[in-house]
Design a protein around this ligand. Structure first.
Ligand code: ADP
Ligand code: TRP
Length: 338
């Protein structure tokens, strides 16, 4: 880990499925770029995933898969602390302490819980049907992930912005009472710039997302990658007719991954007419396959049962604990339980 003076950027990734192209463009690549400016800490939020993932085999697989994806995509464990949330038990002790500082009303307003209640209201069900206390307390655990690492900035997508604001509120509530004995740093939210090019469309043209089941997973075998690319929805404009590249998911994907001269050339050909969507899909497959093959090979090595991945995570966990211990000790002293 670099000097303790360097500012820390921390974010958590929930292991709820196989990582896809949208995750690479929207989260992994921007996250890797931050390592030049910050001491980066990236963790797999496995206990957050427990609110929904109930199959132990899947929990294990997705957790390793997320970690392996980051490393295959270029994360350098010499520079970035990569760890599993569950390897830092201090998190869970502090979660209780901070829950005692958190107004219940703040949790009622947290969007993941509110959305579940709204869905139940619409369906005419009991308002708390299907809501477990893990989902309700989710923002407290997330606040602690951030506060126990003494993080300066938290890069997250818009959907998580409210949770980072809640973390700042909970820290403020603690500081208000105990601030002369222990003060938490108030974390800053960093959301990616509103660059539309950074939201990748999926197979059906909507945002690529596990929840829409329209993703291109990063590490499917070549044959399946080809099949998925063929499945991207296109309109039925004939080959010879001029086309609007920007309205087509297949072009938007091509634009993200192909070199800029190839993108410009393809745009011209589509606009002029004479290039069909099928040909563009073949080009997209070639570009994706060329870029993903080396990552896929590294990913497969890391996913093998006795790979170095486990040692990497263990080392990261030890570093994260070292950072967490004095913070928890300071808090315990401040509250009179030490
Ligand atoms: P999903 O929508 O598939 O469940 P997550 O919500 O787990 O994905 O997203 C993890 C990260 O990947 C977030 O930072 C999110 O902003 C980013 N991300 C997800 N889908 C896309 C997409 N289609 N385009 C750009 N970024 C995305
Ligand atoms: N809640 C985040 C998500 O659903 C994951 C997460 C857990 C997180 N703890 C965090 C993100 C701490 C940033 C900081 O994507």
């Amino acid at each position: 880990m670099a000097t303790t003076k360097q500012k820390v950027s921390l974010t958590g990734i929930k292991p709820t499925g196989e990582p896809h192209l949208g995750n690479l463009i929207g989260a992994i690549q921007p996250g890797l770029a931050l390592a030049d400016e910050y001491q980066t800490m990236y963790f797999i939020a496995d206990y957050h995933a427990l609110t929904t993932v109930r199959d132990p085999k899947l929990m294990k697989r997705y957790t390793r898969s997320v970690a392996a994806t980051w490393v295959a995509a270029g994360l350098d464990t010499e520079r970035t602390v990569l760890y599993r949330q569950s390897d830092v038990p201090e998190v869970f002790e502090l979660t209780w302490i901070m829950a005692c500082m958190t107004p219940k009303g703040l949790m009622n307003r947290a969007h993941a819980y509110k959305a579940a209640v709204d869905r139940n209201r619409e369906a005419g069900s009991d308002l708390d049907a299907g809501v477990n206390m893990g989902l309700y307390n989710y923002p407290v655990l997330m606040a602690v992930d951030i506060l126990i690492a003494d993080a300066d900035v938290v890069p997250v997508g818009n959907d998580q912005a409210q949770h980072v604001e809640i973390a700042a509120d909970i820290a403020g509530a603690f500081n208000h009472v105990y601030g002369d004995r222990f003060r938490f740093k108030i974390p800053q939210l960093v959301t990616p710039s509103a660059d539309a090019g950074r939201t990748l469309p999926g197979l059906d043209g909507r945002k690529m997302s596990k929840s829409y089941d329209n993703t291109i997973p990063l590490f499917v075998p070549e044959k399946q990658l080809r099949k998925l690319v063929r499945r991207i929805a296109t309109d039925s404009t004939p080959v010879d007719a001029p086309k609007d590249p920007d309205s087509a998911a297949v072009f938007q994907l091509f634009e993200q991954f192909a070199p800029s001269d190839a993108v410009a050339e393809t745009r011209k050909r589509l606009e002029a007419g004479g290039m069909g969507w099928g040909e563009l899909k073949d080009q997209l497959f070639e570009v994706l396959n060329e870029q993903l093959t080396p990552l896929r090979e590294r990913y497969e090595q890391l996913m093998a049962p006795d790979s170095e991945l486990d040692a990497m995570l263990a080392a990261g966990g030890a570093q994260a604990r070292k950072r967490a211990e004095p913070i928890l000790a300071g808090v315990r002293k401040a509250i009179g339980i030490d």
